[in-house]
Design a protein around this ligand. Structure first.
Ligand code: MCA
Ligand code: AMP
Length: 466
């Protein structure tokens, strides 16, 4: 199956442009280098090289494992080891560490390759690493068919066509920036302007100078945009502003509407499910709501007792989804895969939602306090706790998300330690994991609140700071 679509516009990433033919020629040259590999890792900087490398993996039918370029040594070693990637694709200048797969310098490859073999829709296109509540991130296996179905459903919902110019600056190692933001543009055929980072001024410039029409952002980007009126007003020429990856605060929705003249489209999804629920370009958009299920997606709410929850707009339940765009499972983790599905095959999102009689969904929270969303990044408390506990002076550690005006939530750590300061602990985590997993706040405390079983009671942690 052909995932990348038949024709389309140019791609710009961080100020460098490439015509689509050249990009596909470059990707074909990548494909020729990697064909037959079990999986390839991509050092996923926001560059044209990353786009060519990922497109090359798609053309070759080789699963692509994007590696966050800022991931610390422990996280990087885990992703490379667990995925079994046999090659590392990167722009020149990246030196693989000891034990890492051999490097293919993408920028040294020609841009006039050609030809690719047909690949089965069930084949894995991507292995995306994402945090769970405990332990190291898990590799989410996403098939070509799921990506194609997910992108086609979004194109329909957002009336996304080759006449659009897609603009965003999101990281190229998650569903939002990479699958929607790069593969989406390539499949639909719309030109792409990737701004390097998702800065509001860069979005405004793309609206004014490049005819940007469709804009993707996480809520932090939209709240920063709403805080800069002249920048926000530059987006009046856009067609559609889309928000996702975390809840868009109602005041940000309202301020953005006032300044840009656009009611943003909010949509909801997960790495494991792609985007499942969204408002429509041609329909209503309601602050605080993520819309209705996309074509081909079914949702239901389940109570803690396992009984269905009524769709009355008020009663919360765990959101379950069933759709052709679900993941194939977690790599090397059959038990975690099995646990994430209900006995009758529906995927359990772990998000708590309410659904109205009209089908509009509202996300009200998460079932677990151990998954944090900060700046749109999904961060597992357990991974950060393990990183802190690796410090020789740390005796106990508990991590939670606490409210943050700009990021939605911030990583907050409660630590019992001997003779080590807050900053040393933040730097210690930074030396092992990605930048955004560093705690923003560290509370050094005498002990952690525990229940009779000895388990930390996370809901009582913030009492320690009062
Ligand atoms: C950060 N900084 C820190 C700390 N943390 N300094 C000290 N201690 C810390 N603990 C530094 C940063 O390195 C940075 O420095 C500066 O503070 C500002 O950081 P920050 O506030 O985080 O802002 P930012 O760097 O501008 O990032 C905000 C962001 C980013 C651009 C919104 O969070 C982002 O790109 N988020 C997107 C996440 C995403 O794509 N999620 C999609 C997954 P300096 O300025 O020197 O660098 S969800 C998904 O895929 C699903 C399917 C979905 O629904 O979409
Ligand atoms: P990730 O796998 O990084 O995509 O994170 C998925 C999680 O992000 C979901 O389980 C939700 O908790 C959250 N999420 C994504 N989009 C939204 C949204 N529009 N509103 C609220 N939460 C969201």
């Amino acid at each position: 199956m052909d995932l990348l679509g038949e024709s389309g516009g140019p791609v710009r990433v961080a100020g460098r442009d490439l015509a689509r033919d050249e990009l596909l020629g470059w990707a074909s040259a990548v494909a020729a280098e990697i064909r037959g590999a079990g999986a390839v890792a991509v050092h996923a900087t926001a560059t044209l090289e990353t786009v060519a490398a990922v497109a090359g993996g798609v053309l070759a039918g080789v699963p692509v494992v994007p590696v966050p370029p800022d991931s610390g040594p422990a996280e990087r070693a885990h992703i490379l080891g667990d995925s079994g990637a046999s090659l590392l694709l990167a722009a020149g200048g990246v030196e693989p560490a000891d034990g890492e797969p051999p490097l293919i310098p993408v920028d040294a490859l020609p841009r006039n390759g050609s030809g690719h073999a047909p690949v089965n829709a069930a084949a894995t296109a991507m292995i995306l690493y994402t945090s769970g509540t405990t332990g190291a991130p898990k590799g989410v296996l996403i098939s070509r068919g799921a990506i194609a179905a997910g992108l086609d459903a979004l194109a329909e919902a957002w009336e996304w066509t080759p006449d659009d110019v897609l603009v965003h600056g999101l990281p190229l190692f998650h569903v939002h920036g990479l699958v929607l933001g790069v593969l989406g543009a390539l499949r639909v055929g719309s030109p792409l302007v990737h701004t390097g980072r998702p800065r509001p001024e860069a979005y405004a410039a793309a609206a004014q100078d490049d005819g940007g029409s469709l804009f993707f952002g996480v809520p932090t980007v939209w709240s920063r945009t709403a805080a800069e009126p002249s920048t926000a007003r530059a987006l009046r020429t856009a067609r559609l502003l889309v928000s996702g990856s975390a809840p868009l605060p109602v005041p940000v929705f309202e301020r953005l509407t006032e300044l840009t003249g656009h009611r943003p489209v909010e949509r909801y999804g997960m790495t494991e499910t792609l985007i499942t629920v969204s408002a429509r370009a041609g329909g209503d958009r309601r602050p605080g709501y993520v819309g209705t299920p996309l074509p081909g997606v079914e949702t239901r709410l389940m109570g803690e007792d396992g009984a269905p929850v009524p769709h009355d707009g008020e009663t919360p339940g765990e959101l379950h989804v069933r759709a052709p765009l679900l993941f194939k499972g977690y790599l090397n983790r059959p038990e975690a895969t099995a646990e994430s599905f209900a006995a009758d095959g529906w995927f359990r999102t772990g998000d708590i939602a309410a659904v109205g009689p009209d089908g509009w969904h509202r996300i009200v929270g998460r079932a677990s306090t151990d998954l944090i969303k900060s700046g749109g990044y999904r961060i597992g408390a357990g991974e950060i706790e393990n990183a802190l506990l690796a410090h020789p002076d740390v005796r106990e550690a508990a991590v939670v998300g606490t409210p943050h005006d700009d990021l939605g939530e911030q990583v907050t750590a409660f630590v019992v330690a001997d003779g080590v300061g807050e900053k040393q602990l933040v730097d210690f985590v930074a030396g092992r994991l990605s930048v955004h997993k560093r705690p923003r706040v560290v509370h050094l405390v005498g002990s952690l609140p525990r229940n009779a079983m000895g388990k930390v009671v996370k809901t009582r942690l913030t009492d320690l700071t009062r």
